[in-house]
Every structure is written in C-alpha cells, then in structure tokens.
Design a protein around this ligand. Structure first.
Ligand SMILES: [Zn+2]
Length: 278
C-alpha cells in the first residue's frame, strides 16, 4: 500500500510529466472508480481542461485543472502511468480510466484491487471535500506541534499506534512508517495514547518528520509490487529498522524483533527497546 512518501513521489512524477498538457478526452472503464460524479459528468468536466499542477495532500493526489480538481486515492494497489497509446504497463483488465493528453500520450489509472477512488470537485470547493477537509496536519507542518498531538492523545485510551494511523489526527503516517516512528521513539505500539507525555509527543512529531522526509527524499519504500511509476523504485526499504524484520536482531540492542497485530495491522517492534509502561 503506498504511503505518504510513495504518493508524494507519484505526484511529483505526474507533475513533471503532465503539467501544462491539456486533457483532450477521457474514458472510464470501471465506473465505481468515480465517487461523486457520473461518467458523462466527468468526461464533460475534464474535456479540454489544461492540467495546471499535480500535488498531493497527505495520501491524496490532487490534479488541478483550470476549472476543476481531480482527487485520486490509490488505496492498496492503484497506479497512474503515463504511456504511449499502444503500450500498456499492466494487464488491460486492470485499466480503470485514461486521460488522453495533448502530447499524444495517455495518463492511465490501473488498479488490480479496485479500491482506489477518483473524485471531481470545482476549484473553489475541493478543499472542503470530505476527503481533504478531515485530514489532520502532516508532520513537519506548522500546526503539527507536540501540544497538538498531546491534546489528541489525552482523549484516547486506544493504542498509540492506532491513534497515529488515524489520518484525522496526523495525516501521512501509514503502517510501515508508524512502526519505524515508534521504534525510533522507543514507545510500545500498544501503549495507551493517554499515557503519552508531552515529551513523548515531541519525540513522535520529530521522528515522524525526520523519517517521512528521508523516505520522500529516497522516493518511498518498495515492498511487494508497489512502484511509483514504471522505472521508479523507492529506496527507503534499506533504512527500515523494524518493519518486516521479525526474528532479526534489533539494531540498537541485539534483541529479536517481535511481530504482533494491533488493530489488524502487522506490527514490528523491539520488546527490549520499546517496553510497555504499566
Ligand atoms: Zn532493541
């Protein structure tokens, strides 16, 4: 599943490849991809629209057109590819949508799991869309302070890992990076959120910012089949200290990395460095 660094990488690649091109036509092959508009409405809205910019807000890819904004969420396996018309990077049965571009290329959206979504808003309303409006601050943003996180944690007895994964609390931490952040801060993943101190929250924000920044620099993490684009693979997997390392030695203390499940998500931690505080 792509997380913030991988989505940021995808958005940067798309921006480089399709910014300033015009969408001359579009086809939707899997209508459930569209969440808040029908096929005819979508086609009419994007036709002859110039692509002004592609960015991301947390894990949402934001494609800004002249009058409209497309918001794409890749979920598990969604992929945007910029291709020559006759060259398909993936099996065509996974092709859900394509935008015909003014340079003769196609922007194609493939999704083997069919969980991804595409929404259409006007330029004036997209920031108020349910997807974006509820997002919490991204680590590194001005409003992502230790005090802010402390306020959120004190109201919850859920596992700190679950709270950090809640995109309305902090946007951008997914399962891989939250495992790494908790290891870096020596906090047990199941520690109740309301036992966090202000110092813990300071450490969590700092570690989140540092780890996400580094991962974005490296183009994200390549695990399983995820690639940001055809030729691009992230390299952060070489920096992972606990994620997917169950049974291997902790880089700090040599203890064996453990794995359990918190809220159904694979959780890796060092039982010696990340001691559960009673
Ligand atoms: Zn350790």
């Amino acid at each position: 599943m792509p997380e913030l660094p991988e989505v940021t990488t995808v958005a940067r690649i798309l921006n480089r490849e399709i910014k300033n091109l015009t969408i001359t036509d579009s086809m939707i092959f899997y209508t459930k991809l569209l969440k808040n508009v029908d096929v005819a409405g979508f086609k009419a809205a994007v036709k002859n629209q110039k692509i002004l910019e592609v960015t991301n807000q947390a894990k949402y890819i934001v494609i800004k057109l002249e009058n409209h904004v497309l918001i794409s969420h890749l979920r598990m396996e969604g992929k945007w590819m910029i291709e020559e018309p006759e060259l398909y990077s993936y099996d065509q049965k996974h092709l859900e949508a394509q935008l015909v571009l003014s340079n003769g290329k196609f922007a194609r959206y493939y999704d083997t799991r069919k969980f991804g979504t595409l929404e259409l808003y006007t330029s004036e309303t997209y920031q108020n869309s349910p997807s974006l409006a509820k997002l919490g601050p991204i680590p590194g943003e001005i409003r992502a302070t230790a005090e802010y996180l402390y306020g959120k944690t004190q109201r919850s007895r859920k596992a700190i890992k679950t709270v950090l994964l809640d995109q309305t609390v902090i946007a951008g931490l997914g399962n891989i990076y939250v495992n790494e952040v908790l290891f870096a801060t020596k906090i047990h993943p199941e520690q109740p959120a309301n036992t966090m101190t202000l110092q813990d929250c300071e450490n969590l924000m700092q570690a989140s910012t540092k780890i996400l920044t580094k991962a974005i620099e490296l183009g994200g993490t390549t695990i399983h089949t995820f690639k940001s684009s055809v030729e691009v693979e992230g390299n952060y997997q070489e920096h992972l200290k606990v994620h997917l390392r169950a049974g291997q030695e902790c880089v700090n203390c040599g203890f064996k990395i453990a794995k359990n499940f918190v809220n159904g998500r694979g959780t890796y931690y060092c039982p010696n460095c990340q001691i559960f505080k009673k």
